[in-house]
Design a protein around this ligand. Structure first.
Ligand code: C2E
Ligand code: MG
Ligand code: MG
Length: 754
């Protein structure tokens, strides 16, 4: 401790510290008695010189000392009488008064005695000061001031006095005073240091005792020497059993090698499970390190064990939650991926086939929509329970989303054919869980599933591909209504091709690859040209001319249909304008195909009408064909737009009518003016009289609503005649009259100058 810190320490010393005040009072008792004796002795010695005056001085000093002794007695027996601060003040004032009385001796009386007595007085006062240093040492400030009050005036007096060697005496007294102060400071510093060490020791002891760590020391033979309270609970045993216990005799030896190795190699640690003597399971983090016992110079070890069970359990819980589905408790998508990673990285995967089943519930959306999500959830829960029950634990079952489950059966065989047989076996097991209806809230629900099966080949590591294949296969099963489907590469290739095509389609417009064909619509009685339908084509640079059936669904999926429709409208408008200019326009209208969903696109009607206006066309020049199927899906949202377009004079037709099973009430509400009967009805009318009857019925209905009717797909004379027999007012569109033709060919062939 340096001087500055010491000074700070003294400054911060609390004057009301009870220990200091007690020590001041107690230690001063003896010296007060000495003072009484000494003052009497001095009075006796100096009486011949000063007679009553010195007696009075002595009486004053003795009285003061008696008062101080009484004070000390009071403090001991009745210290509540004053506050600590008052006790302190009383002590300090009376002590300083004692010093002042002594100073009178050294400053006043000393002048009237000879050199012999002078030396006597100096000796007495120095001795007194020295005694006071000890008795007042409890408070360094009081001790120094007390000393100073006696020594400094004495020093000044000695310098003035004319006695032999008085300079030497003065120097000696200065040295003495400095030594006194230094001694006081040193002993004080040591006291502080001892106090600090004691505090440190207490702190360490408390830490050792109360730390939330199990702490123990052990000797080189692994016998426990000492331990704290926490270790008792971690070992699940009492201190008596633990002290002296050899670590090798603990029932769970997993962390023991750490303790052993620490003695040889230095600090070691162990993190992991641990079972206590009492059989309790913990998760611990432990450290062990060596230290040299100075007493017997041997190497010993210190072990620290921290109970991390709660944290570990919380982490495990979190890990569980992130990997499992809340509803069913099965693995979720993340858990599934983790699991797959483990599988492909395992050594067994290098040689064995595994199986993956991608299962989706059919019409689950219907259950959710019509019966509510609670019932839907119950179904999912029952499915997962049945899966677990029937497949057991050799399979990993995951629910990767909505109604989609993945079942992985790892390492089924080395041989492909056996693996395939097992796949059949498992798929049968999976399908069997759907035999019995699911009884939920007294409803008997018959649920079916579609399953895509993938054989995971040994060493195959592309998880994404496995899932992709499984997904395609499952959809294949769904599409084919076949419950199960095995992955095959053709299917995958087709899917990839479609993906590429979708990609190419994005550039088809800007690369000018789209083209417009027209197919005439004519009267059935006279084959007189009435109108035409605009049908799009795509001149693909590699695949050649593509039919809309091949790419319109892709455009819908990719969100590009809108762009295509506006291109079609622009192109058709341009042709009409051109034909009008050439004076060969003689059609009632040209129809274009628009998907019902597109009608609800913002501002469709306004944009549509604006385009016609910009091109100087009549609203009746273009008819919009909307398939019955797309209408059913968005009837409510499209109704107003269709009616609005109709009001503006735009004609609208229901395309492919008859196969979407729309109800008549729908038709009534929509102001269409044309029905296009789907080709499917015409195909078999020659061989199947029932079909003809069906067409006849549809025609009756159409007439009731005042629809103009166009029959699609007439391919031969016979079909045409049969239909003509039903209704002479019909229009038709079919290969029999003409296939769709390129715009130029169409105009050359059918559009004559009017
Ligand atoms: P759709 O609107 O029903 O068009 C009639 C389809 O029947 C045309 O097929 C036409 O070539 C075909 N067809 C006409 N007569 C006969 C026949 O006698 N026998 C046979 N076998 N087929 C006949 P295409 O051009 O392949 O178009 C197929 C479908 O693609 C269209 O059916 C329409 O729904 C859609 N589509 C065509 N162009 C567009 C378009 O620009 N936009 C939209 N959204 N869809 C379009
Ligand atoms: Mg059409
Ligand atoms: Mg059609």
């Amino acid at each position: 401790m340096n001087f500055i810190t010491l000074v700070n320490y003294i400054k911060n010393l609390q004057t009301v510290d009870k220990v200091i005040i007690t020590n001041l009072y107690l230690l001063s008792e003896k010296s007060l008695k000495t003072v009484i004796a000494l003052s009497s002795l001095i009075a006796l010695a100096l009486y011949p010189i000063f007679s009553y005056s010195i007696v009075l001085w002595s009486i004053a000093l003795v009285s003061l000392s008696v008062f101080r002794l009484r004070e000390s007695f009071e403090f001991k027996n009745n210290y509540q009488k004053h506050t600590l601060a008052v006790w302190y003040k009383r002590f300090v004032i009376s002590a300083f008064m004692t010093a002042v009385l002594f100073t009178v001796l050294g400053c006043v009386y000393i002048h009237y005695v000879d050199a012999y007595y002078q030396l006597f007085i100096v000796t007495v006062l120095v001795g007194l000061a020295s005694g006071a240093t000890t008795s007042l040492s409890a408070d360094i400030r009081v001790a120094i001031v007390y000393n100073g009050l006696i020594i400094v005036p004495l020093l000044v007096t000695i310098l003035i006095l004319d006695i032999p060697l008085h300079y030497v005496l003065a120097i000696l007294i200065i040295i003495y005073f400095i030594t006194q102060v230094m001694t006081l400071l040193t002993s004080y510093t040591q006291e502080i240091r001892i106090k600090e060490l004691e505090e440190e020791k207490t702190l360490l002891h408390n830490l050792f005792k109360e730390a939330p760590l199990g702490i123990f020391s052990y000797d080189k033979d692994l016998n426990i020497i000492d331990c704290n309270k926490q270790l008792n609970s971690l070992f699940d045993s009492d201190r008596e059993t633990i002290i002296g216990l050899n670590l090798n005799h603990l029932p769970d030896r997993r962390p023991i090698s750490t303790m052993k190795n620490a003695l040889i190699y230095g600090q070691q640690s162990y993190v992991g499970p641990y079972t206590s003597i009492g059989g309790k399971d913990y998760w611990i983090e432990s450290k062990a390190f060596p230290f040299t016992n100075k007493v017997n110079n041997s190497i010993e070890g210190i072990g620290l064990i921290e109970d991390k069970t709660k944290e570990h359990n919380a982490l495990e819980e979190l890990e569980y939650l992130t990997q499992h589905d809340v509803l069913t408790g099965l693995l979720n998508r993340r858990g599934f991926k983790n699991n797959m990673e483990k599988l492909i990285n395992s050594s067994s995967h290098k040689e064995l086939f595994s199986l993956l089943f991608y299962m989706d519930l059919n019409q689950f959306k219907g259950i959710n929509d019509s019966l509510g999500h609670t019932v839907g959830d119950e179904v999912l829960l029952s499915v997962s329970e049945r899966l677990i029950y029937s497949l057991g634990h050799e399979c990993n079952i995951s629910r990767i989303g909505g109604d989609e489950f993945i079942i992985v059966v790892p390492y089924v065989s080395h041989q492909e054919d056996i693996a395939l047989t097992k796949a059949d076996m498992f798929s049968e097991k999976i399908q069997n869980i759907f035999i019995d209806p699911f009884i939920i809230e007294s409803l008997h629900l018959h649920v079916k599933s579609s399953i895509g099966i993938i054989l995971i080949e040994p060493n195959y590591t592309n998880i994404e591909e496995i899932i992709r294949h499984a997904d395609i296969t499952m959809y294949q099963a769904k599409k084919a209504n076949s419950n199960i489907s095995y992955y095959n590469e053709d299917l995958d290739r087709k899917q990839k091709e479609l993906f590429d095509l979708q990609h190419d389609l994005a550039y088809a417009i800007e690369k000018n690859q789209l083209d417009m064909f027209f197919q005439p619509i004519v009267t059935i009685k006279e084959d007189k040209l009435f109108s035409a339908e605009a049908l799009i084509r795509w001149e693909h640079p590699v695949k050649g001319l593509l039919s809309p059936i091949d790419f319109i669904p892709l455009a819908i999926k990719a969100g590009m249909l809108s762009q295509i429709t506006w291109w079609v409208l622009d192109t058709v408008c341009n042709h009409i304008v051109q034909w009008k200019k050439e004076n060969i326009w003689q059609l009632e209208y040209i129809s274009i195909n628009v998907n019902a969903q597109q009608l609800v696109e913002k501002d469709f009607a306004r944009k549509f009408l604006k385009k016609l206006k910009e091109n100087g066309l009549d609203t009746s020049d273009i008819m919009i064909e909307i398939t019955e199927r797309s209408l059913i899906d968005s009837f409510d949202t499209t109704q107003d737009i269709i009616n609005m377009l109709r009001k503006e004079g735009v004609k609208c037709a229901v395309d492919d009518f008859g196969i979407g099973y729309s109800s008549l009430s729908y038709l009534k509400r929509l102001s269409f003016n044309t029905l296009k009967i789907d080709r499917a009805f015409v195909q078999d009318i020659e061989s199947n009289p029932k079909e003809l009857l069906l067409v006849s019925t549809i025609l009756d209905i159409g007439r009731q609503f005042n629809y103009r009717i166009v029959i699609e797909g007439i391919e031969d004379q016979k079909q045409k005649e049969l239909l003509l027999g039903l209704d002479g007012e019909l229009l038709y569109q079919g290969f029999y009259f003409s296939k769709p033709l390129h715009a130029e060919t169409f105009s050359k062939k059918f559009l004559k100058e009017v």
